[in-house]
Design a binder for this molecule. Structure first.
Ligand code: AGP
Length: 616
């Protein structure tokens, strides 16, 4: 869950590396460092704190000049954040430096052996063993030494190594954790994520699990760990460099919330057939050919959904929709649980994996477990070429653009829309949902970007509400069915960025314990957007009111009656009930955002969290 940048070329390496690290700060930001070749030792500068602290340290120390270097921004796994534990880590000679993302699971035993053989360790990290092991196997050829060391490392990792007396190459390895190569003109780049290098090149090779790469100024050689050549095709990245900047908003999160209408358009682009479904053979929705073909979908018996965090909450909405439309048993489970269950998933079952980054380790492991048992996988992800995407049988890219804020917003609503498309497609393909009713859903899908704009128009009112909620230490969210799934996402938004304790409950469950916490004025956000469950939720709202709770209802325009039950109402435009979750998510995102700003929290980089969770 750290950010890596490497550069080899003709220009000074440090500015390129620092710029890349700044763009990756969302991956981890408790310490940072750089190493460059030259003067007989790897010139390492590193510090606890953010990239700005590193820049200040470089300015004080006098930045070393070189055209080759590596850098790292860290999210601690082994060893607390400190100068010593910051990457890069060096060997005893100080000639070799390494930056690493991931976990070396057998580092303790390796370290004990290395110490017994005289190696001196300076940090508490697992990473440092890599540097010393390479030193031990070095016999004048860095590539050979790294090749010998890689099989000794258990766990998952991406790392980049430089040696100051071999200044014309960087050596890097990918095992599960992401790593890409940016191709330039007489210069090349390495990075854990594409935004790090977009300013310099749009031509990118996404390395795969098990790739070993030697990067020189004018050549990139990819092999497997054993040295057998492998072919990796370069792709052109079309993201606008601007899209990775804040674009005038005070935070990436707010910018990304406001990008949602455009993102939803992108999610839909090219996927809807004009005129809508004509019947099972033409469901009105276009996916790539594969396991979502009509006959395949019709033959399904069961579906599983797995993901983490926000993506899991999208999966809960997906579960409801697939059950309602495709009339299939659908089981949703958190990936970190799913991967260790004695799964009753059998050959032919379908697993839908949801992951914004496509690199979340638990999600990827759950996916691999399902595949091992014969399941087939549809991935809903935002990142082209991510691990989850590459290992799936079918991918529905959400196309929300790079999401920088740790707190997921636009990726979530795009995931919801992807599920609406998937469930509608399955329902028509299976003949369980009539084509004319599916056409109504798809018609509303087309209106969704415009409706989302309208909801965003209510931001000032959400600002006022968010600022009021900032004074509370507990906020509750209730709902039933799809509304419950959205309530879960609402509470996660609030707690992860404002640090207010928030809890979501199935509205009917409140009376079984949590009601004891409802007292005078306690804020309860009640989602009441689903017509079939509206009456039931209203009776739960009344129970809260009777205990003095302050009810903020999220309801659909035209529901005037709800105003008589709640203290205040956030009205959403009317659309198909299956699309209301997309609209309902937006005020909840805004409330969380403004509460966090009011409390002075670091909105884009909440404490203890990181954007891409590539550890277990
Ligand atoms: C959401 O705001 C969180 N940052 C987190 O729950 C996130 O959704 C989760 O870690 C899953 O990430 P993924 O979608 O990249 O797999």
């Amino acid at each position: 869950m750290c950010g890596i940048v490497g550069y080899i070329g003709r220009r000074p390496a440090l500015p390129v590396i620092i710029d890349g690290l700044k763009r990756l700060e969302y991956r981890g930001y408790d310490s940072a460092g750089v190493a460059v070749t030259g003067n007989g030792r790897a010139g390492v500068t590193k510090t606890e704190g953010r990239i700005d602290a590193l820049i200040a340290k470089l300015a004080r120390a006098g930045a070393p000049q070189s055209t080759v270097g590596i850098g790292h921004t860290r999210w601690a796994t082994h060893g607390r954040p400190s100068d010593a534990n910051a990457h890069p880590h060096t060997d005893c000679s100080g000639q070799l430096a390494v930056v690493h993302n991931g976990v070396i699971e057998n580092y303790l035993i390796l370290r004990q052996g290395l110490e017994a053989r005289g190696h001196k360790f300076r940090s508490e990290t697992d990473t440092e063993v890599i540097a010393h092991l390479i030193e031990e196997h070095y016999n004048g050829d860095l590539v050979e030494a790294v090749r010998k060391v890689t099989p000794l490392l258990a766990g998952y990792y991406a790392f980049v190594v430089l040696r100051t007396d071999e200044p014309d190459r960087l050596v890097a390895v990918r095992r599960e954790n992401p790593l890409i190569v940016g191709l330039g003109d007489d210069e090349n780049f390495l990075a854990s994520d594409i935004p790090a290098i977009l300013r310099y090149t749009r031509r990118v090779v996404v390395l795969e699990d098990g790739d070993f790469v030697v990067v020189e100024r004018s050549r990139v050689t990819v092999t497997d760990f054993a040295g057998n050549p492998v072919e990796r095709r370069a792709m052109d990245i079309e993201w606008d460099a601007e899209a990775a900047e804040k674009g005038g908003f005070p935070h990436f999160m707010l910018k990304e919330i406001f990008e949602q209408p455009g993102c939803l358009k992108q999610t839909l682009a090219g996927r809807l057939v004009n005129g809508g479904p004509k019947g099972p053979s033409e469901t009105g929705i276009i996916f790539d050919k594969g396991i979502l073909d009509t006959e395949e979908v019709a033959a399904l018996d069961r579906v599983f959904v797995t993901a983490c965090g926000t993506a899991f909450h999208a999966g809960l909405v997906g579960k409801h929709l697939m059950e309602k439309l495709a009339r299939l048993p659908v089981e949703a489970d958190i990936a970190s649980e799913f991967r260790y269950r004695d799964l009753l998933l059998s050959r032919g079952d379908l697993l839908v994996v949801v992951s914004q980054s496509g690199e979340t380790l638990d999600t990827l492991a759950a996916q691999r477990e399902a595949v091992r048992r014969g399941g087939r996988v549809v991935a809903i992800t935002n990142v082209v070429g991510s691990s989850v995407a590459r290992e799936a049988d079918e991918v529905i890219y959400t196309r929300a653009g790079p999401e920088i804020a740790v707190c997921s917003t636009k990726a979530y609503t795009a995931q919801l829309l992807a599920f609406v498309l998937l469930a509608t497609h399955m329902g028509v393909a299976r003949g369980t949902y009539p084509a004319d009713r599916a056409a109504e859903i798809l018609h509303e899908c087309r209106r969704l970007p415009e409706l989302t704009e309208r909801v965003l128009g209510g931001a000032p009112a959400m600002e006022e509400l968010g600022e009021r909620l900032a004074a509370w230490e507990d906020v509750f969210y209730i709902g039933r069915g799809l509304d419950y799934a959205v309530a879960m996402e609402g509470q996660l938004k609030l707690k992860e960025i404002s640090y207010i304790h928030a809890e979501a409950l199935a509205a009917g469950e409140l009376k079984h314990g949590t009601l004891a916490l409802i007292d005078k004025g306690v804020p309860v956000i009640a989602l009441v957007t689903q017509p079939d469950l509206r009456e039931k939720t209203i009776s739960n709202v009344q129970v809260v009111k009777a205990r003095g709770g302050h009810v903020i209802a999220v309801a659909v325009e035209g529901d005037d009656e709800i105003a008589g039950h709640a203290d205040e109402v956030i009205y959403l435009p009317k659309t198909h009930p299956y699309l209301e979750p997309v609209l309902a998510a937006i005020p909840l995102q805004l409330i969380a955002y403004y509460a966090a700003v009011k409390r002075g929290c670091d909105v884009d980089k909440p404490r203890n969290l990181a954007k891409s969770v590539t550890v277990e």
